[in-house]
Design a protein around this ligand. Structure first.
Ligand code: TLP
Length: 351
């Protein structure tokens, strides 16, 4: 099977398994796990922040960030297709009493004027604008990148009006590697950043939330509140340390494979590939009605290619360490054959 559903399917490396086996551990709720301390120090340094916190998932990292920056009744500006708005089970509203204000964008890049227009003046009738959330890379808009300049311009507008900025940087290392910039150029202007160890970086579990010492102190309480205080989790942090030291540079391979995949799938009569948005490790595309994404995905599974559904007609493929360029060539060949075989005439007939 060629696993293109998500980079969350990456398996831990040999060196991670070894590091996990010998990790020194302690009770992290008591802040006494030495391996977690090492990971938190290293992560904070890499993204240029004062401190960081190991959290079980990206979703919990984002939630702790929102709860630490804003209070019930506040408004949080988000991009309409952001993970926080679309894929986090309304946690900000349920747990935090926060109102999310979604703004649409072309390819996931909010414009500073648009953000400025959404920031509220103090008014007794209105919620307080407290926080702007960015997402880099932007998942549902295609794995697209915000540049250092775009990030800085958006932060300037928010900061000027007294808002904080949180970056959902689940794949911020993909963004940095793709743009050949130090990740700090993408994180320096924001007040907090969450990034995932468990996606392209291949660790089995965990994400990091980074920011100022004060912010991380609040986030630590929030993590405990939502049940994310873990005990001897240094076994997981050990894998996270390997992820940060050994897995960042190789992300370029995933990006090259995504491009190879997108180019290979171009020109088929039944699907459109969003080739213009392939900037990192994701390839999105659309089926032409009446063929639905579900139908296409089911057919691909029969030839050993697994992909993910994004909406009724849209699908997503994600490259990662578990997918080689040979796997990509196999997937392209197998999918192309689907469009010409008589048994899959339904796909062909849509051209
Ligand atoms: N994304 C997952 C799914 O939830 C969609 C994936 O397969 O891509 N921010 C962004 C931008 C994400 O893409 C994700 C996960 C998260 C946050 C949440 O991370 P986890 O899964 O660790 O809670």
């Amino acid at each position: 099977m060629v696993e293109l559903r998500s980079d969350t399917f990456t398996l831990p490396t040999e060196s991670m398994r070894k590091a996990m086996a010998i990790a020194e551990v302690g009770d992290d709720v008591w802040d006494e796990d030495p391996t977690i301390h090492r990971l938190q120090d290293r992560a904070a340094e890499m993204v240029g922040m004062e401190a960081s916190l190991f959290v079980p998932s990206g979703t919990m990292g984002n939630l702790c960030a929102l709860l630490s920056h804003a209070r019930a009744g506040d408004e949080v500006i988000v991009e309409i297709d952001s993970h926080i708005f679309q894929n986090e089970v309304a946690g900000a509203a349920v747990v935090g009493g926060l109102q999310l204000r979604p703004l649409d964008s072309e390819s996931g890049r909010l414009q500073p004027e648009q953000v400025l227009g959404a920031i509220r003046e103090p008014d007794i009738h209105e919620p307080r604008s407290a926080l702007l959330c960015l997402e880099n890379t932007h998942n549902r808009k295609g794995g697209t990148c915000l540049s250092p300049n775009q990030t800085a311009a958006l932060c300037a507008v928010a900061h000027q009006a007294g808002l904080k900025v949180h970056l959902d940087g689940a794949r911020v290392f993909n963004a940095a590697v793709a743009q050949r910039v130090d990740v700090r150029e993408l994180t320096a202007p924001v007040d907090s950043v969450m990034f995932c160890l468990s996606k392209g970086l291949s660790a089995p579990v965990g994400s990091m939330l980074a920011g100022s010492v004060d912010f991380i102190e609040r986030a630590r309480r929030m993590r405990k509140m939502v049940g994310g205080g873990m005990r001897q989790a240094g076994v997981l942090a050990a894998a996270g340390l390997c992820a940060l030291t050994e897995m960042v540079d190789r992300l370029t391979e995933d990006h090259a494979n995504a491009r190879r995949l997108a180019e290979g799938l171009q020109g088929l009569s039944g699907i459109n590939v969003d080739i213009g948005r392939v900037e990192t490790n994701m390839v999105f595309g659309e089926c032409r009605p009446p063929v639905t994404a579900r139908h296409f995905i089911d057919r691909c599974r029969t030839v050993g290619v697994l992909l993910d559904q994004a909406s009724a007609y849209r699908w997503r493929m994600v490259t990662h360490r578990g997918v080689t360029s040979e796997d990509v060539d196999y997937a392209v060949g197998a999918i192309r054959r689907l469009f010409v075989e008589p048994s899959t005439a339904a796909l062909r007939a849509t051209g």
